[in-house]
Ligand binder design. Structure first.
Ligand code: AMP
Length: 174
């Protein structure tokens, strides 16, 4: 089964993707993690990606397709992906079939509070606000795209980690 986990920054996507992948015995892919590791490389691509991340901007779709294709191409037995697709262009390209999309709902105040306590270098109040703005602009249309396809499963992301995990399993019928 190919599963996408979506939700605003701080909604627990990464934690929940990891737990779910473990439960399903499949691969967990995070485009944010992939990009952070590329940003640490001393290369033209690394420097370019670092600049985008530091500005709180999305990396362009063409670069994202190259990076994601490379990772997804190796996977044969399903995955849980998080951080992708992030734009309607990325969703419509349908690199691989998506079976279900988990949407972790969380309001902006709670999201900001959680991110500030996480302490990642790109978690300054300015960058958090910038990424939330892009989330509404670029990523909410992706939620609607999957909702129209009947693939979206909405989960209350404000609950505790085990509670959200159980709600996800329930909604997938596991
Ligand atoms: P995340 O950990 O998902 O918040 O991602 C961290 C940063 O990586 C984002 O702010 C973007 O700059 C970049 N990024 C991650 N996934 C994508 C994607 N699918 N498309 C474009 N940029 C991305």
């Amino acid at each position: 089964m190919n599963i996408v986990i979506m939700g605003p920054q701080g909604s627990g996507k990464s934690t929940q993707a990891e737990l779910l992948a473990k439960k399903l015995n499949t691969v967990h892919i995070s485009t944010g993690d992939i990009y952070r590791s590329i940003a640490n490389q001393n290369s033209d691509l690394g420097r370019k990606i670092k600049e985008y991340i530091e500005k709180g901007e999305l990396i362009d779709d063409e670069t994202t397709f190259t990076v994601v294709d490379k990772h997804l191409a190796e996977i044969k037995s399903g995955f849980v992906v998080e951080g992708f697709p992030r734009t309607i262009g990325q969703a419509e390209r349908e690199i691989v079939p998506v079976d279900k999309v988990i949407y972790l709902r969380l309001d902006d105040n709670e999201a900001t509070k959680r991110l500030l306590s996480r302490g990642r270098t790109d978690d300054t109040p300015e960058l958090i606000a910038q990424r939330l703005k892009l989330y509404y602009l670029d990523t909410v249309p992706v939620l609607n795209y999957y909702r129209q396809q009947g693939k979206l499963l909405e989960i209350d992301g404000s609950k505790t980690i085990p509670e959200v995990h159980n709600l996800i399993l329930q909604s997938l019928g596991i």
